[in-house]
Design a protein around this ligand. Structure first.
Ligand code: HEC
Ligand code: HEC
Length: 258
């Protein structure tokens, strides 16, 4: 008798209750989200929090940049899944360095909606950099396609003595007319005859702040590697002096009104 009751109790009450409890447990732990966090390292998880606080509104929860905010922007946020970056110091086809990404976060991209996060502590910026890499984890894990070629060009950049001299500005002016005016306009205001046909408008080079960074070396870097994925070409076929003369000239354009 006693044994029978126990078996019945087990069959009709305890086992079904255990089953329901199990189901509840599975569903209440939201498997999708749990998986997401479990896949992330501690730094990436910290970065996810930073991202959700500061970046998600423009760059989107899944990092593809297709956000409501972006619809109103002239300059669109990148799709982090492609791992193609525009604002970097490595040649075309290469990943940016962490320093490049940190540079973008510190400086922002003036004349576009991308703000500066200079005031956010560096550990948090490093964490969010680790997190945005998770949107294209396979590409980042593979690393640079060609480690030899894919080095930052900053290490070879040395500002020459003639930078900013009247002679350099004059030479740069001629080079500018030949190589740049079609897009950036005769006066550098981004209104050349080709400008309207481009998917991204040419930067107004008379604006007092440079998108690529505050130093002449940053502008030299843009001329050397271009802006991958945008119409701005690289001019590495021009001699180093030509490129520095161009930097002299557009630095002059930037400061002319001041
Ligand atoms: C107000 C909107 C906005 C916010 C907030 C924002 N971004 Fe951006 N971001 C942009 C836009 C727009 C661009 C594209 C600018 C361009 O290349 O013309 C961009 C570009 C970038 C780039 C450079 C991409 C490239 O092609 O080189 C990085 C990296 C980046 N954002 C990371 C972040 C991170 C990380 C955060 C948060 C800490 C953040 N952004 C917050 C709008 C935003
Ligand atoms: C085919 C058109 C085209 C030509 C030619 C061109 N540019 Fe650009 N340039 C652009 C576009 C478009 C951008 C903006 C890209 C973006 O925001 O993603 C740009 C951006 C730049 C930037 C970055 C802006 C900043 O504030 O840091 C610099 C510097 C620049 N161009 C200089 C030059 C110089 C100097 C030349 C000539 C040697 C030149 N460009 C030739 C289209 C062009």
């Amino acid at each position: 008798m006693g044994e029978n009751t126990t078996v019945r109790w087990l069959l009709f009450f305890f086992l079904p209750a255990l089953f329901v409890y199990g189901l509840l447990h599975v569903y209440s732990s939201k498997p999708a989200e749990a998986k997401k966090s479990a896949d992330l390292t501690a730094e990436e998880e910290a970065g996810r929090k930073v991202y959700n606080k500061f970046c998600v509104g423009c760059h989107g929860e899944n990092g593809d940049g297709k956000t409501l905010a972006a619809e109103f922007f002239r300059d669109k946020p990148p799709n982090f899944h492609t791992a193609v970056f525009r604002w970097k110091s490595t040649p075309e086809g290469c990943l940016p360095t962490d320093e490049d990404l940190l540079h973008v976060l510190n400086w922002g991209i003036p004349q576009t909606p991308m703000p500066s996060f200079k005031l956010v502590p560096e550990v948090q910026k490093r964490a969010v950099i680790a997190y945005i890499k998770t949107f294209a984890r396979d590409k980042w894990e593979k690393g640079q396609p060609d480690p030899q070629k894919c080095q930052s060009v900053y290490k070879d950049i040395k500002r020459p003595d003639y930078f900013g001299t009247p002679e350099s500005i004059e030479r740069g002016k001629n080079l500018y007319a030949m190589n740049c005016a079609a897009c950036h306009g005769n006066n550098g205001e981004g209104d050349g005859p080709v400008a309207a046909t481009l998917p991204v408008p040419p930067t107004d080079l008379t604006y007092p702040v440079r998108a690529a960074g505050p130093k002449p070396e940053d502008t030299f870097r843009v001329l050397t590697v271009g802006l991958e994925g945008s119409p701005m070409p690289k001019f590495d076929y021009l001699s180093e002096q030509d490129r520095w003369d161009l930097v002299s000239y557009i630095a002059y354009l930037m400061n002319k009104g001041k």
